[in-house]
Design a protein around this ligand. Structure first.
Ligand code: S0N
Length: 273
């Protein structure tokens, strides 16, 4: 599928983390289990996301799964215990929720490149990404009520914002599977392409966004999140406003005056209508 020389950013055990021309690509590398995630997979993805956030060379993040069968089949049922999923440290966790929050809060676009099954917690992961590009063989669905789990957070409420309340309830209550075409029709994905074209199309979308103002994209993402994310969303949007304010001479006057032990003079700064 790939024709690019993706360069490894960091070696992990359960994911691949690569870079090419402004794009950070995070790939769940457990095709044997249809790319189901363990707490270790999720911890590694969280670490890669933080690197994507910090690295100024990365403008867009792409999430995908290894191979042509699955994007992600959710939590690994082999390591599910009574209190979450057990990783190598023996502690049960639901740390996929941390990953969801990181995807939403990173101030850069995140594209889900859905290359097969996006099921259960794997479906939620594509839902929380900013954009989803799917291959024609992609299949979507939730399984929670069938297999003894559920995601009543972003996995439900944000899904309902994407596809509407009735459809979200159908998806969760019936646990059916949906084709890529059906997903497109319900607004669950942005585009469907043949599998061979999936990476090319995803890269095209990333390159298109990279031509635009990163600050504008950042503010739009924060604004779209803020409407839904309550105080956490407002904090994100407000933090961006503070960052922009720090860049002004007006804000710098306040700091300079403090350091120079004088009264600040804000009189020259415009009071916009
Ligand atoms: C993906 C499916 C539909 C693919 O079917 P297919 O192509 O017929 O392949 P299989 O033969 O079924 O699978 C191939 C091998 O891969 C293993 N495997 C597949 N999925 C998983 C999985 N999730 N965990 C472990 N192994 C998996 C198969 O067992 C098989 O192995 P072998 O060859 O040894 O038989 C199909 O595989 C499928 O339906 N998979 C299960 C989907 C599912 O129910 N996932 C779990 C759903 N729940 C969650 O994701 C929890 C989410 C979560 O973490 C969470 C989030 C928020 C709040 C709470 C939670 C919470 O933890 O509950």
């Amino acid at each position: 599928m790939t024709t690019r020389n993706w360069e490894t950013i960091k070696e992990f055990e359960e994911i691949k983390f690569e870079y090419w021309e402004g794009i950070g690509k995070i790939t769940i590398n457990r095709p044997r289990y249809r790319n189901a995630f363990t707490p270790d997979t999720t911890r590694e993805m969280c670490e890669a996301m933080v690197i994507c956030r910090e690295n100024p060379d990365i403008s867009v993040v792409v999430f995908t799964g290894e191979g042509d069968k699955a994007f992600c089949s959710g939590g690994d049922q082999n390591v599910k215990s009574t209190a979450g999923y057990i990783g190598k440290d023996g502690v049960p966790r639901l740390n996929v929720l941390d990953l969801q929050k990181l995807i939403r809060s990173i101030p850069k676009p995140v594209i889900a490149m859905v290359n097969g099954y996006a099921i259960g917690g794997g479906h939620v992961l594509h839902v929380v990404c900013d954009l989803s590009i799917a291959s024609e063989n992609a299949i979507f669905g939730q399984t929670g009520p069938k297999v003894g789990s559920f995601d009543a957070g972003f996995g439900s409420s944000y899904l309902a914002r994407v596809v509407g309340q009735k459809k979200a309830r159908e998806i969760w209550f019936l646990c059916e599977q949906y084709s890529a075409q059906e997903a497109l029709e319900m607004g669950l994905v942005n585009k469907v392409v043949p599998f061979e074209e999936l990476e090319n199309e995803t890269v095209r979308w990333a390159q298109r966004m990279m031509m635009h103002s990163p600050l504008a994209l950042r503010m739009i993402k924060a604004g779209l999140n803020a409407e839904l994310d309550g105080q956490a969303g407002i904090q994100e949007l407000a933090g961006n406003a503070t960052m922009l304010y720090y860049m002004t001479e007006e804000a710098q006057e306040g700091k300079k005056a403090f350091l120079e032990k004088r009264k600040p003079d804000f009189s020259k700064y415009p009071k916009m209508p």
